[in-house]
Design a protein around this ligand. Structure first.
Ligand SMILES: O=c1[nH]c(=O)c2nc[nH]c2[nH]1
Ligand SMILES: [Zn+2]
Length: 467
């Protein structure tokens, strides 16, 4: 059953920042957002200049006895981040990838670690930590890959629910081209295990309110045609979302051509198996052809852009601006541990950097702005995981999935040691709000994430912050 949670009506008072559109950040320096007992945003007020203005606002909305939470120290509220692609099971390997590229990386680093999570006590340590770590970095929703193991995958779902992180939890399906020690025995066994995980999540969160299952064929080479087709059938019959990888690395694309000679393209392998729908998340999409992009657009499948992973594994530079301009729906993914960081704030920076490297060869139109990258991290991600009406912004009726960012007090002379370490961003007091947001994006980290809420529930807070 979903963890019991008692939420008090709360007014969040202080500046708030969220995306109005792909290009436009809405920065309100004098905000007050009312969140009701169900964790939904009941009102958004924009002219609450000081604490004396709060009582009239609560009276206007007929709210007595509501709790007030205020920002402090150059703080602001920002929507929770959405990680559209992360391998929870690979978390212990973050930063460990050497000079490998995708296919040797899988065999050298990834399969041995994933297979070791058949040990439930190890899985518990890893999953408790990755959920705690991503929450502490403001990730309120994550689309997770677990491993092939049913008990460990179910444990990840339990941990997400207990800690209150919105999550899509996928048991990885792989019955081909995988080591003997780490593979599903057959299509039948793979489907049985996938169904068991779906039923487990249905048992703990029947409405998939916080945790949802997600059908997860690892990538085309690791599944037989029959297995892909069965996963596709399940996806179509149940409406449960699906996630996989596509077109990450040139050798991988060649392998797909060899394994599926009858298919027109990598995207067509998924399409002919019934796996390319509006509820499909495709990670990477670095080397898609024009025909594949058109097919993905037609099917309304979504793309998770994973810039850190693409750089670390030298897979290539996704033309993210072009994908967006061509009408594809894009969010950001850490792709831990192909990606070296579990932070979506870091992915915002990495997405901007990758686009600028592309711009150096393709021209300035390839550049992604900071505002656009923040959109991908929030509203874009929400579209990718099918939650655009619920999360990603501060609109009335949306759930309060939010983080309080605190940049710290204005820089003083003479700070040393722990004092200077406490706040990674130096604020001087003369910056505009636009500039403060930019300083957070380019210099901030989890020390600035003072508190995090999912559906109105406080799921992380720094010790120095007491609401
Ligand atoms: O980034 C990736 N991470 C993985 O674990 C994986 N498996 C197949 N293809 C993959 N790509
Ligand atoms: Zn991945």
């Amino acid at each position: 059953m979903a963890a019991a949670q008692k939420i008090k009506r709360t007014v969040y008072v202080g500046p708030f920042v969220h995306s109005q559109s792909l290009q436009k950040l809405d920065i309100c320096p004098t905000g007050a957002i009312g969140v009701d007992e169900t964790g939904k945003i009941a009102f958004v007020e924009r002219d609450v200049k000081d604490i004396g203005d709060v009582i009239p606002v609560t009276q206007k909305h007929g709210w007595q006895n509501s709790q007030i939470v205020r920002t402090k120290d150059n703080g602001f509220f920002f929507p929770g981040f959405i990680d559209t692609h992360i391998h929870a099971s690979q978390y212990p390997n973050t930063g460990i990838f050497g000079k490998s590229t995708l296919l040797d990386w899988l065999n050298t680093y990834t399969f041995p670690l994933e297979s070791s999570l058949s040990d439930l006590s190890k899985a518990r340590r890893v999953y408790n930590r990755v959920v705690a770590r991503t929450l502490s970095q403001g990730t309120t929703t994550a689309a997770y890959y677990a491993t092939i193991h049913v008990p460990a995958t179910n444990l990840l779902a339990d941990i997400c629910l207990a800690k209150g992180q919105r999550a899509f939890v996928g048991r990885v399906c792989m019955n081909a081209m995988s080591p003997e020690y780490y593979r599903d025995e057959s299509t039948e066994a793979a489907m049985r295990s996938t169904r068991e995980c779906i039923e487990h999540v249905r048992g703990i969160d029947p409405g998939f309110e916080i945790v949802s299952p997600i059908i997860t064929p690892r990538f085309a080479p690791s599944c037989t045609r029959e297995c892909l087709r069965e996963q596709g059938k399940l996806h179509q019959e149940t409406g449960i979302p699906c996630q996989t990888h596509i077109s990450e690395n040139k050798n991988e694309i060649e392998l797909v051509k060899e394994l599926f000679p009858e298919s027109k393209s990598y995207a067509d392998v998924y399409d002919s198996a019934g796996l390319l729908t509006e509820k499909t998340i495709l990670a990477h999409a670095v080397h898609l052809t024009e025909e594949e992009k058109a097919l993905i657009k037609e099917r309304e499948a979504k793309i998770s852009h994973c810039p850190a992973s693409n750089t670390a594994l030298t897979s290539g530079s996704a033309r993210v601006r072009q994908l967006i301009d061509q009408g594809l729906t894009v969010g950001l993914g850490t792709d831990v541990s192909g990606g070296f960081s579990p932070s979506i704030l870091e992915m915002v920076r990495q997405a901007v950097w990758v686009s600028r490297h592309v711009a150096m060869s393709d021209g300035d139109q390839a550049k992604l702005s900071m505002e656009e990258a923040l959109y991908l991290a929030t509203r874009g991600g929400a579209k990718v995981v099918g939650l655009a009406q619920k999360v990603g912004g501060f609109d009335v009726g949306m759930d309060w999935d939010a983080q309080m960012i605190s940049l710290g007090s204005v820089a003083e002379d003479g700070l040393t040691g722990d004092e200077i370490h406490k706040d990674p961003v130096d604020v001087w007091g003369w910056e505009s709000w636009d500039e403060r947001v930019a300083k957070w994006v380019y210099n901030g980290d989890d020390r600035n994430t003072a508190a995090v809420w999912v559906k109105g529930r406080l799921v992380h807070q720094r010790a120095s912050f007491r609401p």
